[in-house]
Design a protein around this ligand. Structure first.
Ligand code: HEM
Length: 317
C-alpha cells in the first residue's frame, strides 16, 4: 500500500469507528501501531489466535521501534534475549506455564506480615515520597523470588523506577539512556542474587519494576482515597488503573474480522489494548489486572487487593 493510501484510510477508519491505526513506513522503525480503545474490539482480538504476545515473533523480526523501546523496559532482557512471562505465548519453548505457576505459588504460599502493613501505612500517613514507598515495597514483594530471600537494596528499587513504562517516556530527554542503564543494573542484580528455581532473571526484574512503579502508584491512590468504601470500584476507575494498555502483535495478514480496513503486517503490526478504559466501562478488576477475563490475568491481584484492604484499615484515624 502506498503512503497516500494509508493516509486516506485514517478518516475512513474514524468514520467507520475502527481503531486508530498509525502506519508510517519508515525504514527500520516500521511503525504500524493500532490503538484499540473499545472493550468490544479488545475482546475480538483477545479471542483471535492471529493476535499474539510480543515474543511469539522472534525479537530480531519485531519492528525496529519495538526492539528499541522494549530494551528500556522491564519486559525484555536484551542481553539474554529473554522476555517476561506476559510477553510469551502459552505454548512454545519459553516455559510459560512453569514460570507463571512459580510466581503464583510464591505469592500464594508466602503472604506479607502485619509489620509490613504497618510500615507502609506509616509511610503513607507521613506523606513519604514515591521513592521511599518503592524502597519499602520492593523487598516486601520480591525477596521471595531470590534464593535465600536476599535483601534488595534501595538503589535497585530506584533503578527499577527509572525503567520505561510506556513509549511516551522515551520523549523525556535522557530518559531512554537512563532506563537502559538502570535495566542493566537490575538484571545484573537479579543474576548475581540467583532467582529461585523455575524463574528467569527477567521475571524477577519485571516483578521488582512492577512493585516500584505500579504498586507504588496504587498505594498513592489509596492514600488519596483512604475513606473509600469500595476498593474494587476505586481501582476500576480508568484514572486509577496502573496499567493503561498492553501490547499484542499480529501473527498473520488478517483484518481481524473487519477491525482493520487493510490487512495487518505479520510480526510488524502492534496493537495497544486500552485495558484502563475497559476497566472503567465494565467495572471489572480483571481489566485492571488483565484483559477482562481470569485467563492469563495477573497472579498478583489477590495479594495486592488484600494488602490494600489491610493498609486501608491502618490509615483510618
Ligand atoms: C498494581 C500492580 C500490578 C498491576 C496493575 C498489574 C497488571 C497486570 C496486567 C494488566 C497484566 C496482563 C498483561 C498482558 O495481558 O499483557 C499482568 C500480568 C502479569 N503480572 Fe501483573 N500487575 C501488577 C503487579 C505485578 C507484580 C508485583 C507481579 C509479580 C510479583 C506481577 C506478575 C504478573 C505476571 C507473572 C503476569 C503474567 C500473567 C500471564 O501472562 O499469564 N504483576 N499484570
Amino acid at each position: 500500500m502506498y503512503p497516500l493510501q494509508r493516509l486516506w484510510h485514517l478518516p475512513l477508519d474514524m468514520w467507520n469507528k475502527l481503531p486508530l491505526r498509525i502506519d508510517l513506513p519508515i525504514p527500520y522503525l516500521q511503525i504500524d501501531i493500532v490503538f484499540v480503545n473499545d472493550p468490544g474490539q479488545i475482546k475480538i482480538l483477545r479471542g483471535d489466535a492471529d493476535c499474539g504476545r510480543m515474543h511469539q515473533v522472534p525479537s530480531e523480526q519485531q519492528p525496529g521501534w519495538a526492539h528499541y523501546f522494549f530494551k528500556g523496559t522491564r519486559f525484555h532482557d536484551t542481553a539474554h534475549d529473554a522476555w517476561f512471562i506476559a510477553m510469551e505465548g502459552q505454548e512454545g519453548t519459553a516455559d510459560y506455564e512453569r514460570r507463571k505457576e512459580c510466581v503464583a505459588a510464591c505469592l500464594k504460599n508466602e503472604w506479607y506480615s502485619s509489620d509490613d502493613v504497618k510500615k507502609v501505612a506509616e509511610l503513607l500517613k507521613s506523606g513519604a515520597s514515591d521513592e521511599a514507598l518503592a524502597e519499602a515495597m520492593v523487598p516486601i514483594i520480591n525477596s521471595r523470588f531470590l534464593q535465600g530471600h536476599k535483601p534488595i537494596p534501595g538503589s535497585i528499587a530506584q533503578d527499577a523506577k527509572a525503567m520505561l513504562n510506556s513509549p511516551v517516556d522515551m520523549l523525556k530527554p535522557g530518559a531512554y539512556e537512563k532506563a537502559v542503564a538502570a535495566g542493566r543494573n537490575v538484571i545484573g542484580f537479579c543474576s548475581a542474587s540467583e532467582p529461585i528455581k523455575g524463574l528467569k532473571e527477567v521475571d524477577v526484574a519485571h516483578n521488582i519494576g512492577a512493585a516500584a512503579n505500579e504498586v507504588v502508584k496504587t498505594l498513592a491512590t489509596l492514600r488519596d482515597n483512604a475513606t473509600c468504601k469500595d476498593l474494587d470500584e476505586l481501582f476500576t476507575r480508568s484514572e486509577n488503573t496502573p496499567t493503561p494498555a498492553v501490547p499484542r502483535v499480529a501473527l498473520a495478514a488478517s483484518k481481524f474480522g473487519g477491525l482493520l480496513s487493510y490487512p495487518a503486517k505479520p510480526g510488524k503490526t502492534v496493537f495497544f489494548l486500552n485495558i484502563s478504559k475497559a476497566a472503567g466501562m465494565e467495572r471489572s478488576l480483571f481489566w485492571t489486572f488483565g484483559t477482562g477475563v481470569p485467563e492469563r490475568s495477573c497472579p498478583f491481584k489477590p495479594f495486592m487487593m488484600s494488602f490494600l484492604k489491610d493498609v486501608q484499615k491502618q490509615l483510618q484515624p
